[in-house]
Unconditional design. Sequence first.
Length: 536
Amino acid sequence: MAQRSSGKRFFVWAALAGVIGGGVFLATAEVFALLFARAASPIFAVGGFVIDIVPQPFKEFAIATFGEYDKIALLAGLGLAVLIASAIAGILQLVRPPLGVIALVIAGALSTAAIVTRAAVAPLAFLPPVLGTIVGSFILVLLCRRLRGWRESLVGVRADEKSETAATDVEMSDGETIRPGFDRRRFFVLAAVAGASALIVGITARTVSMAVSSVEAIRGALKLPSPKSTVPVPQGAELDIPGLSKLFTPNKDFYRVDTALTVPSIDPETWRLVIDGMVDQRVEMSFQDILDMGLDEYAITLTCVSNEVGGELVGNAKWLGVPLRDVLKKAGVKSGADMVLSRSVDGYTASTPLAALTDDNLDAILAVAMNGEPLPLEHGFPVRMVVPGLYGYVSATKWLTELKVTTFADDEAYWTPRGYSAEAPIKFASRVDTPKIGEAVDAGKIPIAGVAWAQSVGIERVEVSIDDGDWVAATLSAPINDDTWVQWFMEWDATPGTHYVAVRAVNKNGDLQIEERAPIAPNGSSGWQRSLVRVN
């Protein structure tokens, strides 16, 4: 019984050895990523690969469940998977060497493949995971060797416990002579040193990698030219009602949904935009070329296709930029083209109908600023696309690097083979901001208020129904333009109890908001929001 218990104990120490070996692998890779290619972190590269291959229903679940923290949840899940896999590798290396090292090499090969297949990787991006695999494997072999020495010394002592040499030397299976207890001390010392070093070095390397990036400093020092025109905001455009969304969503509160596990850091001095494909001539533009075209201010509401009925994946902002139609004119679009495939530096692509980018009546732009400051890094610095009337996944490419003029028949974008429509005009909608769901309100006169949007068309009216009663027209704020949301409110004489509040909108074409519920795939959710309100 004691021997069996001792064997289980060695499995625990072997699992620890595997975890330490895996930690050394990741820490070493982080250090060399700092030296050769900051985007070559194995955990982030594999995370990006996972984001790419996860089926669409799981993506929807992650966004709906974790919201803007979906990437943190993914990293936590990956960390747990690495922990378990490393522990298994340690046990394998103890009982069936070199299976543990083989498992670590496979993990290194997979992370290397994930890194080198990502877009815009540095020439030496393969080195961090390769060197990490070598160092991690060496530590794993060394730890398990010490562990086997400890185990075999105990076996030798039990077999020769009555001999005079039992307390001195024991010959291991590989011929090495050791002293009982010596390898136990060496195992714990090596485990402590390697584990602590991996933790300190890994965290330091990741912290330094984030800190040494000068792009945020460059962004902070960037002075954009004054716009040629600004957006007039009419009196009454913003209602002063507690709990109501602001007319312009602050940058820190603006929703973020993308496939980038780590935010790309791009120096505007080296940034280039290539326009090619079905064009008269290939054009390459610098950041300064964009600025030299002259900037205008635009007010545009963006909506994510993952926004559910009553959801918060929608925001309104002021943007500084240049018309995309003027950018495309520089290259000259050939006849027959009907789509522009935009590409991000991280490989993400979006398919935008060409007509939406060349229409003189639509303000599709390349944006360089958001709400009075250069684009935040997480929102596409230095240049992104903003196109009114289309869901973001087909129009709002961040960290833009290429515009390929092509056709829907010849090319498809990132989300199309994953079950989403190639073209996705926004379904106009309305939302209740206050009273908030789940929060009780006091009886008496209270405002029911929210926002409504119908990008590129505009909102004509918003109607509210209490407890399935008559639809009553709400009061609208003064609209800025047809590309932005409007605020709305109505006074409600609330009585104690539970009540249902429903809202719907009518656009300027006279169309009624779709009542029928639909999921977000393949082209956006629909339905009237109906909220339960509790009144004290």
